[in-house]
Design a protein around this ligand. Structure first.
Ligand code: ADP
Ligand code: MG
Length: 234
């Protein structure tokens, strides 16, 4: 198991401030947040063998420090159920990215297990010039950009802050079990917010953090995408 410091040191030694999805997930896991196990494949054969190891269905994503919005660029393929689909998805992703970003550095393709459906939420952290680290909560996935239904609190959060910021989004009814859906484990989301708050409070080297989406369930939650940005080395 790599430590937070090792992950940071590695990125720094390579002159990067943006952690890869895999590094970001390793770091988030250290914070005590469940993430979908993710491995890097550097060939289609490796993508297939990792998929078999994880068990189908799987998700493939472009692993490139130059591609921030992976799905916009055709860089995410979900629900892959066979080796053939995985091999094709591998080629399709690389093809799409090479066309759209001819100059991108490509590490390969990340392979992860397909998470069961849940309510997609986002937890984000950015730094305000005046207030320092600020946490954001909202409905996640593609909805975040469309609905802009988010709430903010300044770090460090109290438990009450965490509770309020979840309850004050307009989409809160979706978390309470909308139209026969199971209600989401809101207490668990409060814990996640508090864990992120505690982590960023004690690690000022973290400049930005995005968990989008987190799949929220009736028991627990799972982050399937993560992005962490470090402060410039001083
Ligand atoms: P990006 O935000 O860079 O476009 P994501 O990794 O968030 O890429 O993937 C885009 C969407 O694909 C997510 O919002 C989610 O709906 C779906 N997705 C991603 N990873 C998984 C996974 N492991 N299991 C199920 N769905 C996933
Ligand atoms: Mg995402």
């Amino acid at each position: 198991m790599v430590t937070v410091q090792e992950i940071i040191d590695k990125a720094r030694s390579e002159g990067r401030t943006i952690l890869t999805e895999i590094e970001s997930k390793q770091l988030i896991k250290q914070v005590g947040i469940s993430v979908s196990d993710t491995k890097l494949a550097t060939s289609r054969e490796e993508a297939v063998s990792i998929s078999k190891q994880f068990g189908f269905p799987v998700v493939l994503k472009i692993a490139s420090p130059d591609v921030v919005h992976k799905s916009d660029a055709g860089g995410v393929k979900v629900g892959l159920r066979t080796s053939k689909q995985v091999a094709e998805a591998y080629d399709d992703i690389l093809g799409a990215i090479k066309q759209k970003y001819p100059r991108a550095t490509i590490h390969g393709v990340s392979v992860q297990k397909m998470a069961r459906p849940g309510v997609e939420v986002i937890i984000g952290m950015s730094k305000d010039a005046q207030f320092g680290p600020v946490l954001m909560f909202g409905l996640g996935g593609i909805l975040v950009e469309v609905l802009k239904d988010v709430s903010f609190r300044i770090v460090p959060l109290t438990r009450r802050d965490a509770r309020e910021m979840i309850k004050e989004i307009k989409g809160y009814p979706l978390l309470q079990g909308y139209r026969g859906q199971e209600p989401v484990d809101v207490a668990n989301l409060e814990e996640l917010l508090l864990k992120v708050s505690d982590f960023v409070e004690h690690n000022p080297v973290i400049k930005e953090l995005d968990l989008n989406p987190i799949f929220a369930y009736s028991n627990g939650a799972l982050a399937v995408d993560a992005r962490v940005v470090l402060e410039e080395a001083s």
